[in-house]
Ligand binder design. Structure first.
Ligand SMILES: [Zn+2]
Length: 86
């Protein structure tokens, strides 16, 4: 059926209104932790994951305003914890 993502599964959280006895009925994505979470239970964004996305976001900061792309990429590779290639 068009418009329905088949990768979404039922959220694994429990609702607060039921005192954590009833499962949330929303659909959610698979997270880094291995659990499915809907948009209400996923928490805040973890930021850009690809190295080009991190480059574009760091270009907006004042401390990287007059730096070259190579300098910023080296700073990302030095301080990285997690990123995807391209
Ligand atoms: Zn949920």
């Amino acid at each position: 059926m068009p418009g329905r993502n088949k990768l979404l599964k039922q959220c694994e959280s429990y609702t607060r209104g039921s005192k954590f006895t009833v499962r949330c009925r929303c659909k959610g994505n698979l997270m880094k932790t291995g659990h499915y979470r809907c948009k209400f239970h996923a928490g805040m964004s973890t930021g850009p994951t690809s190295i080009l996305g991190q480059l574009n976001s760091l270009k907006n900061l004042p401390q990287y305003k007059n730096k070259t792309d190579e300098y910023i990429l080296n700073a990302i590779r030095k301080n990285r914890k997690y990123y995807r290639e391209a």
